[in-house]
Ligand binder design. Sequence first.
Ligand code: PTT
Ligand code: SF4
Length: 603
Amino acid sequence: MMKGYAGKMLRVDLSNGRISTEEVPDAMKSNFLGGRGFAIKLLWDEVKHIEPLSEENKIIFSTGPLTGQSLPSSGKMVIASKSPLTGGYGDGNIGTMASVHLRKAGYDVVVVEGKSEKPCYLLIEDENVKIVDASELWGKNTFEAQDLLEKKHGRNAGILLIGPAGENRIPISLVISQKGRAGGRPGLGAVMGSKNLKALVIKGTGSIPNFDDEKLKELGKRGYEEIKSKENYDFWVRQGTMQAFDWCNENTCLPTYNFREGVFDSSKELDGYALEKFKVDRKGCPLCNMQCGNIIKDSSDHPSELDYENVGMLGPNIGMRNLPEVALLNRMADEWGLDTISLGSSIGFLMEASEKGLIPEKIGWGDFEAARKLIVSIGKGEGLGQLVSHGVRNASETLGKGSHRWAMHVKGLEISAYNCHACPGMALSFGTSPIGASHKDAWIIAWEISNDRLSYSKEKVEKLIEFQRIRGGFFESATVCRLPWVEVNFGIHWYPEYLEAITGKKMSWEDLYKIGDRIYHLIRAYWKREIPRFGRIWDVPPDRWFEEPLSRGKMKGIKLDREKYDHMLSWYYERRGWDENGIPTKETLDHFGLKDASEEIIG
Ligand code: PTT
Ligand code: SF4
């Protein structure tokens, strides 16, 4: 058996209460590594042609060989399912004590299937696994429920939970942990809610069977030291992801007024320096010495954890100018368990619809009280909130009147906080991300802005694929946080060394790229199998970026060029071994050992 894995998968069927364990096959480890790789393999094999919010869907909590080790920023896990927001493959990455405990409890993966009759939570204490009544927790927000569960199971327990939005099966809901960690943007909170599953509580006391613990300890120590010695470390600790705010405004890519513009006139009131003035604390994920969660007091004096995406989407994107008020909206999103990115896009969509006179309600840009009320109505799926609670794609289909042109999503997932009128590479990154418009797979924007920004070159496509291989392939399957590498320039060479000490297996970056590519091909095949009409047009960002040039900032007058974007997309497909419609060819799938996928989607 390969070292470095607990080697077991826990399977819980909430319909009949059956709890079982299975071995994680060695072939799955070597072909898919862990995290996202395990998730897509399991979904491909087991979740086919079903409704995402039905009993037949499954939700997967998946770690990789690096997770939970004494290594920099290794407290992450992937949560995945068939997405109720997009209808395709959906996952998110969350930093939580639950990942560390899961590995110590002796499992690499948990698969939850079926549906409990009554609200429940899953309690995993090493090999003792129970489905526990959660009637007392149902209806509670994520802060209240976290407190109740900590009181019962101890402050150190690993807890993943949903808020009322997930309970109400709102497709823009996600999973929360530790009052501020969030993951599972493509509606994974709703999947838990549809199973009447309020939370997972995990406590593990064992250890991970590694190949060479001494070596790993030494490597980990050197890794933590290197991170602290990096030039950008102190600034990172001050601002975390919020350092991107000022930079985005400078470079005309801050999402402003529903991605209409890329600069905001009140950006100084919201940026990383403004944040520093309000900051009262910082926190973050376990096993990390970069703790990047910025805590400020919101306008009601409650702590709220701010990251760039939260402030970008609930700030300039909806015209808000006051940081503590933005923090209050963010805190509400965390309490309700709603994704801040989709939420900011949804509120922006409604504000624009109101401005254009397409809905009778009057909601002005920056209207804080209206935004507060909307969050409640979105979380409940009632009133005006109902229109956007299934995301902006669905809202534009309901509203019509040309609103699809400025419904800011790709594949049904709302776009993260980067305006791409003048960033063709980043637009392609959103276009080809395997879960819909997320920045996680290829944040090419910084490279693009410092290298021939407006070109639609083959070089950009190559770079994009390289990023996808490292970020979407390696980091999501390893499974660890990518920010040490992205933000403080931590040496990427460490990771194969870690893997070798953990598994005993030498792996080159070429080997790891191959695993990443296999994961991408299978995810792509999954979209095609689940949505037969899936194809090229699903990889194109909204019309707004192609049709309405920026009217302000240093990129004034710029918009995307549709024909050139199309060329880049074709190069991308060619380079990936996909056909002109973006579907992996039989040769590609067979070459990557995915014969079953080629038989199913091609025949
Ligand atoms: C992630 C997405 C992001 S990405 C942010 S802020 W970012 C938003 N955070 C939300 C939040 O908070 N509350 C809320 N109610 N909704 C939120 N939605 C948004 O969700 C997060 C960090 C960050 S902060 C980023 S970039 C990096 N993401 C990583 C990743 O994807 N993979 C990886 N291997 N490492 C990563 N490290 C960084 O983690 P999703 P977290 Mg997240 C309050 O889940 O679905 O991927 O969406 O996990 O523990 O909160 O850490 O400027
Ligand atoms: Fe978590 Fe931030 Fe550390 Fe990454 S850098 S592990 S997101 S605290």
